[in-house]
Write a protein that binds this ligand. Structure first.
Ligand code: PRP
Length: 181
């Protein structure tokens, strides 16, 4: 195995574990939507682009792919929870079976904002999928398809970044605290 980048403390989820779980999630989605004409996967940029690409390619049912992007203010600051839409889907979502695809759910603010925004547009159904969730007591919007629960540490790789670096690592790793403190 190649040496870990010096910014990284340890691998939390290996490439093999991720790929295995992505296949399981795709199989679960196929089963749940077996009677539906098609589904629409909405990936949340930037972090979800790698997970979405693998999940979509593992899905053997009719699906379309679209994207949204949001900007969060005050993640650890004063106006915690404020989320703003910076990129919207290209196609209308009305009467579509939507699955929101996220890389990680932390406070849940982003997912909550997206869920309520899309719910207001009359989709046929609306579910949520996230590769990672940081262990929380409760989320306002639940995750229907979850890859892994992870501890409350800064993670990078498989779409997740630190200052836009380490996004394309094939595994999820913990960033050393001294890198961001
Ligand atoms: C991350 C992640 C989620 C959000 C989760 O995005 O992709 O969208 O944070 O956090 P929350 O549950 O506390 O709202 P980030 O803001 O890092 O942007 P990026 O995906 O473009 O890197």
């Amino acid at each position: 195995m190649s040496t870990l980048h010096p910014d990284l403390a340890r691998v939390i989820i290996s490439e093999e574990e991720i790929q295995e779980r992505v296949k399981e999630l795709a199989a679960q989605i196929e089963e749940d939507y077996a009677d539906v004409e098609r589904i629409m996967l909405i990936g949340i940029l930037k972090g979800a682009f790698i997970f979405l690409a693998d999940l979509a390619r593992a899905l053997n049912i009719n699906h379309t792919v679209d994207f949204m992007a949001v900007s969060s203010y005050g993640k650890s600051g004063a106006v915690s929870g404020a989320v703003r839409l910076v990129l919207d889907v290209r196609e209308p979502v009305v009467n579509e079976h939507i699955i929101i695809v996220e890389d990680i759910v932390d406070s849940g603010n982003t997912l909550s904002y997206l869920y309520h925004t899309l719910k207001g547009r009359q989709p046929a159904s609306l579910k949520t999928c996230a590769l990672l969730e940081k262990t929380r007591d409760s989320l306002e919007v639940s995750i229907d398809y979850l890859g892994f629960n992870i501890p409350d540490v800064w993670v990078v790789g498989y779409g997740l970044d630190y200052a836009d670096t380490h996004r394309t690592l094939p595994f999820v790793a913990e960033l050393k605290p001294e890198v961001y403190q």
